[in-house]
Ligand binder design. Structure first.
Ligand SMILES: Cc1cc2nc3c(=O)[nH]c(=O)nc-3n(C[C@H](O)[C@H](O)[C@H](O)COP(=O)(O)OP(=O)(O)OC[C@H]3O[C@@H](n4cnc5c(N)ncnc54)[C@H](O)[C@@H]3O)c2cc1C
Length: 469
C-alpha cells in the first residue's frame, strides 16, 4: 500500500487532534518513530500520528478519522510481536490500546475475567492466581505483552502443550470495525454455539479485521501443585528421543521446552551456570495434585535416564522454579546479543518429525554457512529456529536458509507459524502452505470487515506475485 498523500496525512492529524485532544495524539517525528518497529526485523514506515487510546470511544474516533482521511491504521499493544504485525507499512495512524489497563472483573462463581486490551499478561496471571484461579496461556513475553496483542496473535507458550492457546480461553470480545460498528462477539459461558464462531475468527486475525476492546476469558481453578524438572542431554537427538518416549508412555506435562547446544551456549554467556557437557536441555513441568506430580515427574526422570540423560534435576522450591523459568524467558534476549541481526522463525512440525527437522536445519546452516540455533515448545512440535547474521551481504544466504526451512516444514506436514502469526515477514510464504482458494476466501473475509483495506494493510496476505511462485 502506498503512503497516503501529504494532504491526507495533514487531514488525519487535524481530525485526530480535534476529536481526541493533543494529550492522546502524538505527531512528533521522534515520538512516532518508536511506533514503527516491534521485536522483529520488520522495517516499518514512521506513522504520521499515534493515538494513545484510553477508552472505547477513543478507538472509535481513531477509526472514524482513518476512514474520513483515507489513511491506514495499525492497532498496537506492547509491540513485542515477532512478525511485524504492529509495524505500520505505509505510515498513517498507529492506534495503541496499551493504555487501556483495567482488569474489569474476575468472577469467581463462573471462572471468567473481563479485561481491557492493554492489560499486561503477567498482571492478569497474578490477579487471577491471587483469587485461586488460573489463566493458562503463557507466552514467554508475559512480563511485557498485552491481552490485545495475545488475542490478535492467538498467542501460545510453554503451557499450550496441556492447556491449548489463547483461542481456547477467549470466550468473547468487544470488536470495533473500521466502518464504525461496535460488535460484541461470543459469550461469557463456557459453552455456546450460537451462529458462526466470530470470536474464533477474530482471535488470531492479527489486527486486520477489527480492533479489540474488552476481552472475556475463561479461567480454571489454579492447579494445586507444580513440579519442574531440568534434564540435560549430550545432544538434541537424545533429548528429542526422551520427549518421544515420555509422550508414548502417556505422560502429559504442561510444558516440555527444548533448548539446543548453541542456545545453551548463549545462556552460559549470559551468566547461567550450565554443565559444559550438555548439548541440549529439556525443561519439563507437571501440575495437578501433589502425588500425581511426584509420580509423573519420577516417571519422566526414568524415561529421560533411559534415553541417556546426563542429569535430571528437580526444582526443590518455588525460588528454584522461578530461576529456571527466568533463565528460559530471558534466553531470547541472550540470543539477540550473539549477532547484529537475527530472525526467529516459529514453525511447527508433528512431534515425531522434530528430529528430522533439526537435522534439516543443521544441513541448511552448513550449506548456506549461516549460524543458527533452535529452542521452543518441543512438546507440541513448535520450534523457534533462529538464524543469526552480522553483515548485509549474508542476507541472501539467510533468506535461502529460511526458504529451505519453510519448504521442509510443509513437506513434513507442519505449519509456518505456531504462535507468532504471519504478519509482514511471513506473508510472502503463505502460499507455500495454503492453496490459492483458501487465501482468496480469507481475502474475501477481510473485505467484509474492511472494504477499504485501511485496517493494518500489508499483513498476512502476500502481495502478488509472491516469492513462493
Ligand atoms: C522475548 C519474547 C518471547 C516471546 N515468546 C512468545 C511465546 O512464547 N508465545 C507467543 O505466542 N509469542 C511470543 N512472543 C511474541 C509476542 O510477545 C506475542 O505475539 C504477543 O502476543 C504480542 O503481544 P503485544 O501486546 O506485544 O502485541 P503487539 O506486538 O503490539 O501486536 C501484535 C499484533 O496484535 C495486533 N493488536 C495489538 N493490539 C490490538 C488490539 N487492541 N486490537 C486488535 N489488534 C491488536 C497488532 O496489530 C499486531 O498485529 C515473544 C516475544 C518476545 C519478544
Amino acid at each position: 500500500m502506498p503512503r497516503p498523500t501529504s494532504a491526507a496525512r495533514d487531514k488525519a492529524r487535524r481530525l485526530l487532534e480535534q476529536a481526541l485532544g493533543p494529550s492522546k495524539v502524538l505527531t512528533g517525528e521522534d515520538a512516532c518513530a518508536a511506533y514503527a518497529e516491534d521485536e522483529s526485523e520488520a522495517e516499518g514506515v514512521t506513522p504520521d500520528a499515534v493515538v494513545l487510546a484510553e477508552t472505547p470511544d477513543d478507538i472509535l474516533a481513531a477509526l472514524r478519522v482513518a476512514r474520513e482521511a483515507s489513511v491506514p491504521i495499525t492497532p498496537r499493544a506492547a509491540g513485542t510481536g515477532r512478525t511485524g504485525g504492529a509495524v505500520p507499512v505505509a505510515g498513517g495512524i498507529v492506534l495503541s490500546t496499551f493504555g487501556m489497563k483495567s482488569i474489569k472483573e474476575i468472577d469467581r462463581r463462573d471462572g471468567v475475567a473481563v479485561v481491557e486490551p492493554g492489560v499486561v499478561l503477567a498482571e492478569l496471571h497474578a490477579a487471577v492466581e491471587a483469587e485461586g484461579w488460573f489463566y493458562p496461556p503463557d507466552p514467554n513475553s508475559q512480563a511485557d505483552c498485552c491481552l490485545g496483542g495475545n488475542v490478535a496473535e492467538n498467542a501460545g507458550g510453554p503451557r499450550a502443550l496441556k492447556y491449548g492457546v489463547t483461542r481456547d480461553w477467549v470466550l468473547g470480545v468487544d470488536a470495533f470495525l473500521i466502518g464504525g460498528q461496535r460488535i460484541h462477539a461470543g459469550r461469557r459461558t463456557t459453552k455456546g454455539v450460537t451462529g458462526y464462531d466470530v470470536t474464533g475468527l477474530l482471535v488470531g486475525s492479527e489486527g486486520t479485521l477489527a480492533v479489540f476492546g474488552d476481552v472475556t476469558v475463561g479461567l480454571m481453578p489454579k492447579p494445586e501443585h507444580v513440579m519442574t524438572l531440568m534434564t540435560l542431554f549430550s545432544d538434541v537427538r537424545t533429548a528429542g528421543d526422551a520427549v518421544e518416549r515420555a509422550v508414548a508412555a502417556g505422560l502429559l506435562p504442561r510444558c516440555i521446552e527444548l533448548l539446543d547446544g548453541p542456545t545453551l551456549e548463549a545462556m552460559r554467556r549470559a551468566g547461567n551456570a550450565i554443565d559444559a557437557r550438555a548439548g541440549a536441555m529439556l525443561l519439563v513441568e507437571f501440575d495437578g495434585d501433589e502425588r500425581t506430580c511426584e509420580r509423573d515427574a519420577e516417571r519422566f526422570g526414568e524415561t529421560a535416564e533411559s534415553a541417556h540423560a546426563l542429569e535430571v534435576l528437580v526444582a526443590q522450591d518455588a525460588a528454584q522454579r522461578a530461576r529456571l523459568w527466568s533463565a528460559r524467558r530471558e534466553m531470547s534476549r541472550a540470543v539477540r546479543k550473539l549477532s547484529k541481526k537475527k530472525l526467529s522463525e516459529d514453525v511447527v512440525v508433528p512431534r515425531h518429525a522434530i528430529g528430522a527437522l533439526l537435522e534439516h536445519v543443521a544441513m541448511l546452516g552448513e550449506r548456506e554457512r549461516v549460524r543458527h540455533l533452535t529452542y521452543g515448545h518441543a512438546g507440541d512440535g513448535n520450534l523457534h529456529v533462529n538464524f543469526l547474521w552480522d553483515d548485509d551481504d549474508e542476507v541472501p544466504a539467510v533468506v535461502r536458509a529460511i526458504e529451505g526451512l519453510f519448504h521442509e516444514v510443509v513437506r513434513l506436514g507442519g505449519t509456518l507459524s505456531g504462535e507468532h502469526g504471519i504478519g509482514v515477514l511471513k506473508a510472502p510464504y503463505l502460499p507455500l502452505e495454503q492453496a490459492p482458494e483458501l487465501i482468496e476466501l480469507q481475502r474475501d473475509l477481510k473485505r467484509v470487515f474492511d472494504p477499504s483495506g485501511l485496517l493494518n494493510p500489508g499483513k498476512i496476505f502476500p502481495a502478488a506475485p509472491h516469492r513462493a511462485c
